[in-house]
Design a protein around this ligand. Sequence first.
Ligand code: FAD
Length: 460
Amino acid sequence: MLGAAVKKELVRILGNENVSFLREDLIAYSYDATAVAYPPDCVVFPSNAEEVSGVLKLAAREVFPVVPRGAGTGFTGGSLAVRAGVVMSFERMAGIKEIDASNLTAEVEPGVITGDFQDEVEAMGLFYPPDPTSVKVSTIGGNIAECAGGPRAIKYGVTRDYVLGLEVVLPTGELVFTGGKKTLKGVAGYDLTRLIVGSEGTLGVVTKAHLKLLPLPQAKKTMLARFSDIETAFAAVEAIIGEKVIPSTLEIIDDVTLDCMGETVIGRGGAALIIEVDGWREAVEKEGSIIRGLLSGAMEFRIAADKNEVKDIWNVRRSISPALSKIKPTKLNEDVVVPRGALVSFIKGVRDISKKRAVIIACFGHAGDGNIHVNVMVDKNDPVEFRNGTLAVEDIFSLAVGLGGTISGEHGVGITKAPYLGMELSADTIAVMKKIKDALDPAGILNPGKIFRESSPAPG
Ligand SMILES: Cc1cc2nc3c(=O)[nH]c(=O)nc-3n(C[C@H](O)[C@H](O)[C@H](O)COP(=O)(O)OP(=O)(O)OC[C@H]3O[C@@H](n4cnc5c(N)ncnc54)[C@H](O)[C@@H]3O)c2cc1C
């Protein structure tokens, strides 16, 4: 609980209209995509870095938690106020400050919706590739904090590859600048930008980002291939990469997921690949025909005829995550990654786990970079099924790490994966991370209870 003096000071720093103690706001800001709720004591809406700094200085002095929040689409509980305190939301810091077409850079505030930013740069013939499937809702600040990936990572990399520099308010309230603004190179001192990217809002609050842009590819081709089973689909992935063609997207959808989606433009049963190539028109034609040749044995292969068909295919892909709740109300959604060559062994292992634990598991995701979203579908009100689901998740992490992979490719650790971090990282590595956290946040006020194993109170 925040004391009266702290509440008064928050209002002084931010202004009455930018601080809310209303019950409806506390409820609205208590969720993310993990669907558990932790209501904060207060929600604040800063307009600039000075206000962010003022709140953090106050929090460090009076010792209360501050939890940065973008759009709340995170899958690991990163923006949840697990120890109550203040949720800091960035919808009033959502400006695109500059798009510099000659240096191919941009300066943006953290609350900008990534999809809006992409639309704006594309209108200028430019391109910001990071594209989490939540792109129409999630924010640049949240994407940076989670180092979001997405379907285009196979060719273009992830958010960290596009962050040149950051303005960051440390948990002690100091404003620092990391990296560069308009230069592609820069090795002066430690790479603090990379430290902040992916730190899940635990080491600093991003108040401005300097981003790298590319020229917008001249052409794009979207293809859809259907296979009798997922093993054949994975073999197709291998064949494409083996031919030294790197598509901009290589998404896979398994039979459980396709059946759950029902009658759609993609179809039911078997497995599907969504493949996109982009670049110069001639190159796209050439790559498209190589892929068509390689996939001649597919059950079905087609090239999207027009923009509407492309939109329809992506609408199905983007609605998978929410639609899975038709199978069971609780989705234990894990974004493990394995080396691409291990995908067939991985999926076989997942099937075995599904049988052993008697739970339905739906798989889809970014096959091109080995990042599969494994969704263990259970009902959390059924204690036996929920327990089996949790054990299945543990088995899946163990399988992924055993195959040389990771427990999280893009969703972060947050609260949901904190108990499993030790399956992948050694105690020494975790100790180094904790030392960094303690050095930057000695009072432990910025987004506490995340990443490292410690018990969070039960959701409210
Ligand atoms: C349907 C759906 C599809 C998705 N698809 C993908 C996908 O393809 N790829 C992918 O990577 N993710 C995906 N996600 C997960 C999620 O969208 C990403 O993790 C996204 O980056 C979160 O952004 P957000 O703005 O919603 O942040 P939030 O969920 O609000 O917060 C995420 C983290 O960022 C921190 N944070 C937010 N703003 C700041 C800031 N200014 N400074 C410091 N820390 C901050 C928070 O404290 C929290 O730890 C998907 C989610 C959904 C619901």
